[in-house]
Design a protein around this ligand. Structure first.
Ligand code: XMP
Length: 319
């Protein structure tokens, strides 16, 4: 008779057996998988665990604050908030090629994580929120021909480089089971139900050059858009929704003045696994109201597009 409660105990005993009295580090992204991994590890080994939350300056509005507060308030675990936004945004300055952006972010992430890990004396293990589908995917694709659409950003390759052994307590679980486990571990429901957010963050929602000004506009527009979706009770029907800032400015009119401001693109898709997706059929009323709110509330935006591209031929993210 399988229950999550019993499985949780089993995972905790496995972690203790694997780790012994050694130290473990865990990269927290604020996503469900890494959060559940961190909390489970904390329950198993307490102070032997240190979590590192790398803030690359490409997070959504208030995200770093919320994630850090959630962990500090609810769980008494060792947490390093690594604010490295100057480093990341500095290296990304003037870069507009999507793959170059991803590679820069991926490399810096490893450098930064390594820097913080080096400060934790005697760390021998790295905890990762690898799920069962990730395990299957890497097996079935190995050796076969593959086409890289986008280089994926995660901590893959990190453990070998750092000479760390892996702890992957979620290897036997599917995403929905991780959510059940997260609820068992006391993660707030709002946290568990959050839409996926990519490792490279807002960088891939800002096609072309990334500037702090554009990121600020993007954060505000995204916050209004998500607020609209929540207010209309649509959040849980949607796999993923976000705003993007388009690499162009257009002419508009506001009051009796001419404007020349950025255009924002809104994306919302339904999907089962992110591999294919359909655009979400918002009502015209919803879209009109959201356009009005974004243009009124976000300085620097005078035009709003809704993306009706499915995947394929589009991808979910813009880059
Ligand atoms: P695409 O844009 O490829 O995205 O259709 C499919 C899903 O994957 C997410 N995504 C990423 N997640 N690191 C991640 O952790 C990445 O580099 C990355 N790129 C895309 C995307 O948000 C969507 O859910």
């Amino acid at each position: 008779d399988w229950t999550m409660g019993a499985y949780r105990q089993e995972m905790i005993e496995d972690i203790r057996a694997q780790v012994g009295d050694k130290k473990v580090i865990c990269a927290l992204s604020g996503g469900v998988d890494s959060s559940v991994t961190g909390i489970l590890l904390h329950e198993a080994i307490g102070d032997q665990l240190t979590c590192v939350f790398v803030d690359h300056g490409l997070l959504r509005k208030d995200e770093a604050k919320e994630v850090v507060a959630m962990f500090r308030d609810n769980y008494n675990l060792n947490l390093i908030h690594a604010d490295e936004s100057d480093l990341f945004l500095g290296e990304l300055e003037g870069v507009s090629d999507p793959e170059t952006k991803r590679k820069i972010i991926g490399k810096l992430f490893i450098d930064v994580f390594q820097k913080y890990a080096d400060q934790i004396e005697g760390a021998e293990f790295l905890a990762q929120g690898t799920l069962y589908p990730d395990v299957i995917e890497s097996v079935s694709f190995s050796g076969g021909p593959s086409v890289t659409i986008k280089s994926h950003h995660n901590v893959g390759g990190l453990p070998e480089k750092m000479g760390l052994k892996l702890v992957e307590p979620l290897r036997g679980l599917f995403k929905d089971e991780v959510r059940v486990l997260g609820r068992e571990l006391g993660l707030p429901a709002s946290f568990i139900g959050r839409h996926p957010f990519p490792g490279p963050g807002l960088a891939i929602r800002c096609p072309g050059e990334i500037t702090r000004d554009k990121l600020d506009i993007l954060r505000e527009a995204d916050a209004v858009y998500i607020d609209q979706i929540r207010k209309h009770g649509l959040y849980d029907e949607i796999w993923q929704a976000f705003a993007a800032i388009l690499p162009m400015r257009t002419v508009g009119v506001m009051g009796d003045g001419r404007t020349y401001d950025y255009a924002v693109g809104l994306r919302a898709v339904t999907s089962v696994d992110g591999m294919t997706a359909d655009y979400y059929p918002f009502s015209h009323e919803f879209l009109g109201e959201t356009m009005t709110r974004i243009i009124n509330e976000v300085k620097g935006v005078n035009r709003v597009f809704y993306d009706v591209t499915s995947k394929p031929p589009g991808t979910i993210e813009l880059e």
